[in-house]
Design a protein around this ligand. Structure first.
Ligand code: F6P
Length: 326
């Protein structure tokens, strides 16, 4: 029998489509297991300020299909201080909370790991970020939806690019990881993908563009990851325009549109499974770790490992993209 009688759930860091589905799953699986459940608004900042509300199964009606997070999100500076964390601990005790479920990315889990060690407080994490950059899960919640948003946008850009024989540089999110760029590049038939994981110099890019001209390609899309080493899309486009003035170059920065929208079926199901798993694992006594999905099975990874180990982008994605872009 677990001595956990009340669990609180919160979302933190950049929001991601499917976070609401995870919140719903945590809330309902608590109630299913006769455990009380509360929602903390605005992540760690809301916790410090005591912005906590008891939830019921009905509190999470009709949020499964909604993007964003109904619990709101924030990046808290106060939680980085010992004083802030002590306040957060006090609020948990005064609200009768015995354990936490943190939905977010590596910043969220770094805070959770610290808090767990400092106060010996049970916390389990659920990976929610469009970046897909967490070790311990094949996919993070939100990545699939963000990818579909990117593909939809690039398909539209391609229509106009082809009509005007233009070269488009499309910048996508991902912070310092190239998962979104590489997967979107493959799925949208991009001519080249510039990602932090693989150096492609401007000269190599120019060579690829020259080859495309020789192959009679009249328009092309280059996907640029925001964390790429060769510069951002605007800088790269400027270099190319200078060296290849005959190209009509354009830049589109997709920005926060990638974070919004109704979660895909994949993200809803992933979030639902991980939400239930997080509660079940807490009740089994697990803590200080993240639940993830590896080869379709739920696995636990210590926060320390999830934060410090690097989830490597599969080179095959880039290799196949290169083969098919000839
Ligand atoms: O981590 C998710 C993410 O969308 C990154 O891809 C991006 O670099 C960052 O968040 C943007 O953060 P903000 O919304 O705070 O500008």
């Amino acid at each position: 029998m677990s001595n956990i009688k009340k669990i609180a759930v919160f979302t933190s860091g950049g929001d991601a489509p499917g976070m609401n589905a995870a919140v719903r799953a945590v809330v309902r699986s608590c109630i299913y297991n006769n455990v009380r459940v509360a929602g903390i608004y605005r992540g760690y900042q809301g916790l410090i300020e005591g912005d906590i509300e008891e939830l019921t199964a009905r509190s999470v009606n009709h949020i499964l299909q909604r993007g964003g997070t109904v619990l709101k999100s924030a990046r808290s500076k106060d939680f980085r201080t010992a004083e802030g964390r002590a306040k957060a601990h006090e609020k948990l005790l005064s609200n009768g909370v015995d354990a936490l479920v943190a939905i977010g990315g590596d910043g969220t889990f770094t805070g959770a790991h610290f808090f767990n060690r400092e106060f010996d407080f049970p916390i389990i994490g659920i990976p929610g970020t469009i970046d897909n950059d967490l070790y311990g899960t094949d996919y993070t919640i939100g990545f699939d939806t963000a990818l579909n948003t990117v593909i939809d946008a690039v398909d539209k850009i391609r229509d106009t690019a082809a009509s005007h024989n233009r070269l488009f540089f499309v910048e996508v999110m991902g912070r310092d990881a190239g998962f979104i760029a590489a997967h979107a590049g493959l799925a949208s038939g991009a001519l080249a993908v510039l990602i932090p994981e693989r150096e492609m110099t401007i000269d190599q890019l120019l060579e690829r563009l020259n080859e495309a001209r020789r192959q009679n390609k009249s328009s092309s899309i280059v996907i640029v990851a925001e964390g790429g080493k060769s510069g951002d899309a605007t800088e790269i486009a400027a270099h190319v325009a200078e060296r290849m003035p005959y190209y009509d170059t354009k830049v589109t920065i997709l920005g926060h549109i990638q974070r919004g929208g109704s979660p895909s079926c994949f993200d809803r199901n992933l979030a639902s499974r991980l939400g239930v798993a997080a509660v079940e694992q807490l009740l089994k006594g697990k803590r200080d770790c993240m639940v993830g999905m590896v080869h379709h099975k739920v696995v636990l990874t210590p926060f320390e490992k999830a934060i410090s180990d690097k989830y490597q982008l599969d080179n095959e994605v880039v290799r196949i993209s290169d083969i098919l872009s000839i």
